[in-house]
Write a protein that binds this ligand. Structure first.
Ligand code: IMP
Ligand code: MG
Length: 183
């Protein structure tokens, strides 16, 4: 089993690149079908985590669209603080538009709920949510997650945009922390 070490922690390969790309292609196909004909939907990627997922996903979108990124901060190390402190970078008109929020991972759903609330206040026609990864056992939200690459156990992962203390985002595969997730 391929392992990597980041700082003090060892991670095992769990979600190889070819599977990630298959899941992204499946999401893109679904979005292409569902949103064809909408007037220029706006994709909003959530930095930093969704950078790789968003880049690969939008390359497979076959209708005219816009893409932008916002940045929020809610996480340190391997434990969520449960607080979203900042939203930077949203300067698009959302009113009347279809918005597709692109997340790397939906864990407790707190980030998603807060972003959804902020965007809803700007009167979009609809908001769809696409996430590469979903932790159903950690999810406490009630919003539907429309497009999910893969549901995973309640474990800590890194790679493909996801980090451990800022490290590991560049990995094209995803790795799972060996042993318990330190809080
Ligand atoms: P939530 O608000 O609890 O849904 O999680 C928000 C953020 O926590 C995500 O966008 C990620 O940045 C981060 N996060 C959650 N789970 C993991 C993980 O397993 N590895 C790395 N980051 C994670
Ligand atoms: Mg994130």
């Amino acid at each position: 089993m391929k392992t990597i070490t980041l700082k003090d922690k060892t991670f095992e390969l769990s979600y190889p690149s070819h599977q990630i790309q298959q899941d992204i292609a499946r999401i893109a196909n679904a979005i292409n079908q569902d949103l064809a004909g909408m007037p220029a939907p706006l994709f909003i990627g959530v930095l930093n985590g969704a950078c790789l997922f968003a880049a690969d996903l939008i390359r497979l979108i076959n209708f005219t669209c816009e893409i932008t990124f916002v940045k929020v901060s809610s996480y340190q190390g391997t434990a969520s603080t449960g607080e979203v402190t900042q939203l930077i970078g949203l300067n698009h008109v959302l009113s009347g538009r279809t918005v597709i929020l692109i997340e790397d991972i939906v864990d407790t759903g707190e980030t998603l709920a807060k972003l959804h609330k902020t965007f809803s206040a700007l009167n979009p026609y609809q908001i769809k949510v696409a996430t590469l990864l979903f932790k159903p056992n950690a999810y406490k939200g009630s919003l539907p997650v429309d497009y999910i690459g893969r549901s995973i156990p309640n474990e800590f992962i890194v790679g493909f945009g996801l980090d451990y203390d800022g490290l590991g985002r560049n990995l094209s595969d995803i790795y799972t922390l060996k042993g318990p997730s330190p809080k």
